[in-house]
Design a binder for this molecule. Structure first.
Ligand code: ADP
Length: 447
């Protein structure tokens, strides 16, 4: 209203000024009656033209993209331009804030370790994060607005979406059969769907390993138990001579030994898996470890092999002495069991330039074919099952060794050739080794 009033006042003022000027001019040219109306009309038209021009300028700005500021004017048009521009800029800032929030929200979903996909009411992909794209073989940008069942064609998935009952979880396997996924769908809004996918490959692998492990343990225990039950029955039902009785008892003792060894190894493994890492500051002499493993090997070999340990005199290793001794002892035990009489077994220590070091157990025994090497440390994996069992093996020795070494930050490396012997190396990192301080040595001599 105020603006209209000011426009009217402005028009009247212009008209009055025009009438005044027109009157003066009219009188001077001898037309006193015509001057005032003509002057008023001319000034009013001029004022209207100026107003029209300012209005058009503002309209031109509004018709454009408003990237630049509104025309700077005074009065009505100036205020109109200023207010329109201010409202526009406020709206733009609000949209920008909303856009940033949406961006943050999507970045958070993008960072999710699970796959997240949003479907519209028609089953078209609204958005998906890169994990979902990886799980379903999609392109997060190119496949947007595509119908998901045209892209993910696995019948189980298509049926699941079409059935519309999302109370259960869907299990999917990728087309190459290498990865397994668990898929959950939830409905929201009006017919919109949220598809969540979770990679369960590792979990399923662990479950399968656990099942295999239980099956293997049961099998390993059942065999000696069956043999024992047979002997018990024989002793109960048949009259045996003292010699026969002694033989049967000896065979029974062998089977119980086998079960005891198995249970002992299983307990060792369970303990290794369930206990914290060995301390990094409890130091044991490397040469003492080698000597003790050498002595145990000699006892086991009973003079059938030449066994020699050397090196490591100046070095100490950090960790659990019992575990390390059990690992080296297992390797020496294997070397004795898989090396024919007269063979040689060497225990060595080598310090490397980078500060790491290796403990090596090499034998001149039967050796191992290349195809078995990658699987040797698997539980119950045996190259020659009957030889292993005959010599009291449980099939768990090398997996214990691997566990121990890994718990000490190291790794196991095997080189072997059938008929030429084997060399097992336990490589430990520099952080677990130190050179011993000799009693009389100055600090500068310490490595
Ligand atoms: P086992 O109790 O059967 O010896 P391990 O886990 O200690 O189980 O070893 C796995 C398999 O690796 C053994 O069955 C054996 O076939 C092979 N093996 C281990 N050490 C040696 C070795 N020094 N020489 C030849 N074969 C070996």
């Amino acid at each position: 209203m105020g603006a209209l009033l000011s426009r009217a006042v402005w028009a009247m003022l212009a008209g009055a000024l025009g009438a005044l000027v027109g009157d003066v001019v009219g009188r001077s040219v001898g037309q006193p009656g015509l001057g005032a109306p003509l002057g008023a009309a001319f000034f009013a038209a001029l004022a209207a033209a100026v107003e029209g021009w300012r209005g058009r300028r503002l309209l031109g700005w509004l018709r454009g993209d408003q990237a630049r500021g509104a025309p700077r004017d005074t009065g009505f048009w100036g205020e109109l331009g200023y207010r329109v521009e201010r409202a526009l800029r406020q709206r733009e800032a609000q949209i920008e804030r909303e856009r940033e929030r949406l961006e943050q929200f999507l970045s958070a979903i993008e960072a999710s370790p699970n796959g997240v996909m949003l479907l519209d009411a028609g089953g078209q992909i609204e958005w998906c994060n890169s994990v979902a794209a990886d799980h379903f073989g999609l392109d997060p940008v190119r496949d947007r607005r595509q119908r998901v069942t045209n892209l993910v064609r696995q019948p189980a998935f298509v049926q699941f979406l079409q059935a519309g009952d999302f109370s259960d979880t869907l299990s999917l396997v990728d087309p190459l059969g290498r990865r397994s996924f668990s898929v959950i769908v939830r409905e929201y809004g009006e017919g919109l769907r949220l598809v969540l996918s979770l990679d369960v490959t590792e979990r399923e692998r662990a479950d399968a390993m656990r099942r295999d492990f239980v099956a293997n343990v049961s099998h390993e225990i059942r065999t000696p138990l069956t043999v024992l039950a047979g002997f018990v029955e024989t002793m109960a039902s048949l009259p045996l001579t003292p010699v026969e009785r002694e033989r049967v008892l000896k065979l029974m003792a062998q089977q119980t030994d086998r079960m005891q060894a198995l249970v002992a190894d299983l307990l060792t493994l369970a303990q290794l898996e369930g206990s914290p890492r060995p301390p990094p500051d409890r130091w044991s002499s490397v040469s003492a470890l080698l000597r003790r493993a050498e002595a145990d090997g000699r006892a086991l070999s009973a003079g059938r092999h030449e066994i020699d340990a050397a090196g490591g005199e100046d070095f100490e290793i950090a960790g659990s002495e019992t575990e390390l001794l059990s690992a080296i002892g297992n390797l020496v035990g294997n070397a004795v069991r898989y090396t024919p009489e007269g063979g040689r077994i060497d225990l060595r220590f080598h310090a490397r330039d980078d500060g790491s070091a290796e403990i090596e157990v090499a034998d001149t025994g039967v050796g191992i074919a290349r195809e078995h090497l990658p699987r040797l440390t698997e539980r119950f994996y045996r190259v020659d099952g009957s030889r292993s069992r005959e010599t009291g093996g449980t099939g768990l020795g090398l997996s214990i060794v691997k566990h121990v070494v890994q718990r000490h930050g190291g790794e196991i490396d095997v080189r072997s050739e059938p008929g030429k012997g084997s060399c097992f190396r336990l490589v430990f990192p520099a952080a677990r080794l130190r050179q011993r301080v000799a009693a009389a040595a100055s600090p500068a001599a310490v490595g």
